[in-house]
Design a protein around this ligand. Sequence first.
Ligand code: F0G
Length: 398
Amino acid sequence: MIRCVSCGAEYDDDEVIYTCEKCGSVLELVCDIDVSKDIFDGRRDNLWKFKECIPVDESKIVSLDEGGTPFCKCDKLGSELGVNLYVKVEGSNPTGSFKDRGMTVGMTKAMELGVSTVGCASTGNTSASLAAYAARGGLRCIVFLPSGKVALGKLAQAMFHGAEVMSINGNFDEALEAMTALALEKHLYLLNSINPYRLEGQKTIGYEILRDLGWQSPDRIILPVGNAGNISAIWKGVSEFYNAGFVKDLPMMTGIQAEGACPVTNAFRKGDKTVVPVENPETIATAIRIGAPVSDIKALNAIYDSNGYSETVSDEEILDAQKLLARTEGIGVEPASAASIAGLKKLVDQGVIDKGETITCVVTGHLLKDPNTAIDACTKPTEVDADIDTLRNLLMNK
Ligand code: F0G
């Protein structure tokens, strides 16, 4: 059953519906978990190991073996910050971001519904993922991207997997509005995170974190927030497993935004339940360059209900954290993902995070998604002939 998160109106699972017809709010799938957690044991460690908890037709699954991502204990960085730190590396998914979790479920629903065309607006990763899953499912794929603001790796992926890519003269929020209008006219099936099936896939990040910690909850989950779907999805996941009795505690959901694109943090600071859109969002972390997040209500509920927090970080803090994680722990992430590490650092400094807390930072996309920013942050390689004496001299004199 699909239910409105604001007024509780109910809809059938097979209705193609993105927002509540009664009040216009966002929707969610209602899932009661009635299995024992032991049934997950011994299965291949991908998203579909949780198939009983995902409300789609198993015979229609379109998958690239997503999920089951690395969960890295980061002792060096953790001890530097005085916390017990784990990093959930979502860049290890098939197309290099957490979006694959949403897309495997969203594309499976598209097959179930028998649609022929899927579409999304995207800051990059959603389009890369949708293009790959549409190829696998054999469906036509249309994507709208904000012109000039999509990192190179993501653009290459969307084009290479055969999506019809439109470069929109406008930002993400405008591109999404246009794409949604076309979906409501039934030209395509919308696979942005306003589609509640997307979040049914992404909630498995929450499932896995609890499982990865030996069926315990971390004190806190920290992640970047853009369109606000992922924080909502992870909260849904951990809440479902908590309600099923698989764990005894819940994590404080902590959403980090870029200073130039922070409607959720602004709302949190005022104690509001919805956001006031930021007109011209700007940040080097183009993945989260979003001013009007569609899942604002769900995200703020997640933060308030979990006794969580929201904070902003500057572009400089993001780039510093990106380098710190890469050089201290060997984990290469794109700028938006590094917002979670930058946020962790800031909240430790502010005393919001207590020493000794067990923290999971979700890093959402791979370093190579945005190769230009990575290269710009480094000094150029030294040009040198393949002459052993010169090379020895260079190395010894470093
Ligand atoms: N991190 C990365 C790498 C992302 O690509 C996104 C969103 C987020 C974090 C934020 O997640 O929107 O659920 O709050 N990217 C979308 C896209 C908007 O089009 O790829 P969110």
